[in-house]
Write a protein that binds this ligand. Structure first.
Ligand SMILES: Cc1ncc(COP(=O)(O)O)c(C=O)c1O
Length: 434
């Protein structure tokens, strides 16, 4: 695509969609087709997708496209009519969870799912107070935006929110380590609980991403979650795990919260659930879920319609048939080793973190001091885009490369990613040398 066409599109976009509409990259990409882990622009140039988790089974997977078009040709209504596909999907989805999760509700976006989860917690606890971290994002409804500390709500966070520091083992609180570090972060949760008590606000729950993805994918100090959630429960609150990014095999396990020593009361799902088709969900214990259902009417016109559920079922089929969870674990390890090798070669990589096919590469201008390097991160992401590899950045300091490819990512794809990162890091750091 030539530059004038990009400019025309940008001008049209601004005129029609208004200013301030977020776009990736200094030189935006105009993508017209996707297949597997590849995206193609108008000029036919292909890009290795190392960013998009929504098309978790790969872009435009034919099995998913067939399933949803077949259902769209037959019928699409909503959940107020009886339909087997909705129940088949609910059964299949719940079977992937711990047995304590017996019910599911469908919506369209992660924000809606979290909005419902907040309401469930408020109704169950009789409280209004929520704890979240100080560098997170959970969505865009009025209620959920109050817990989205990296994009502050226009009218303030309000009195019912307490933010605790996310459990960072790299720039660790007071330079502590191990159990002492976990306990120091737990003490921040205790302070939040006490602060609610002093203010006369009853706790409703703690909403966190179980892998703290938006915060920068920390190595979570062992014991932190278990102890923090115990405090929340003792104060009458629920643990809501936001699996909108962590879920559906991303971490090399089906769910990000498993094996962490704290089973959530409510889990929210989204992004990869329909591989691009808008479906989200709230999965919960029967007592919490039924209390909500019995005391309020919740209906979502599009949430969980037969076409969405057909897409959701097809996604689960592909994840199983193509062993994508195991691939996320195995290829993920391979990518992780490649990134660690890059760290040994490039002083500007302060830390490499991640699980499965989700990585954070913490860029620093001074390794000793762990000084965040957000400008380098921006240059790197933009230069990689020019070289045909798409990735993003995240974190409290906006300096962490976010690498999160579709789950069929292969070792060959990984080799290309690592080679181009190596080359680009060398070029950029050489350019920065005085
Ligand atoms: C952890 C997390 N939760 C919830 C959301 C909101 O999801 P949606 O954009 O589908 O409303 C996001 C979106 O980025 C997210 O990262």
């Amino acid at each position: 695509m030539n530059a004038s066409t990009t400019e025309q599109l940008l001008a049209r976009r601004e005129k029609l969609l208004g200013p301030g509409n977020p776009l990736f990259y200094d030189h935006p990409v105009h993508i017209v087709r996707g297949e597997g882990v590849w995206l193609y622009d108008t000029g036919g140039r292909r890009y290795l997708d190392c960013y998009n988790n929504v098309p978790c089974v790969g872009h435009c997977h034919p099995y998913v496209v067939d399933a949803l078009t077949r259902q769209a040709r037959t019928l699409n209504t909503h959940t107020r009519y009886l339909h087997e596909t909705i129940l088949d999907y609910a059964e299949r989805l719940l079977a992937t969870f711990d047995r304590s999760f017996e019910r599911v509700l469908f919506a369209c976006t992660g924000s809606e799912a979290n909005d419902v989860a907040l309401r469930m917690a408020r109704m169950w606890s009789g409280g209004e107070g929520f704890i979240c971290t100080n560098a997170t994002y959970h969505g865009n409804t009025t209620a959920v935006s109050k817990l989205s500390s990296i994009f502050p709500p226009f009218d303030g966070f309000g009195p019912n929110i307490r933010m605790v520091p996310w459990p960072d083992s790299y720039r660790a609180l007071d330079n502590l380590e191990g159990e002492a570090l976990a306990d120091a972060y737990v003490s921040k949760v205790a302070e939040a609980v006490d602060s609610f008590k002093r203010a006369g606000i009853k706790l409703a729950g703690m909403l966190i991403c179980p892998i703290f993805a938006n915060e920068g994918l920390p190595v979570i100090p062992s014991g932190y979650l278990e102890k923090a959630i115990r405090l929340v429960r003792e104060a009458g609150g629920l643990y809501i795990a936001d699996e909108v990014q962590a879920g559906f095999g991303r971490t090399g396990k089906m769910w990000g919260h498993t094996g962490q020593g704290a089973t959530p009361d409510v889990v929210t799902l989204g992004k990869p659930m329909g591989a691009g088709h808008p479906i989200s969900g709230v999965v919960a214990r029967a007592d919490v879920f039924d209390h909500f259902r019995n005391n309020t009417m919740y209906f979502n016109t599009f949430g969980g319609n037969p076409v969405s559920c057909a897409a959701g079922l097809a996604v689960l089929d592909v994840i199983e048939r193509e062993n994508l969870v195991a691939n996320a674990a195995a290829t993920g390890r391979y990518v992780y080793e490649g990134l660690q090798h890059l760290k040994s070669r490039h002083e500007c990589i302060g830390d490499v973190r991640g699980a499965g096919l989700f990585f954070g590469v913490d860029l620093v201008s001074d390794r000793e001091r762990k000084t965040p390097a957000p400008d380098l991160a921006r240059h790197l992401v933009n230069t990689m885009r020019e070289k045909g590899v798409l990735m993003g950045k995240i974190g409290e300091f906006d300096n962490v490369l976010k690498i999160r490819p579709p789950l069929p990512f292969s070792p060959d794809n990984a080799d290309l990613l690592i080679a181009l990162l190596d080359e680009t890091l060398s070029e950029l750091t050489a350019a920065l040398k005085p």
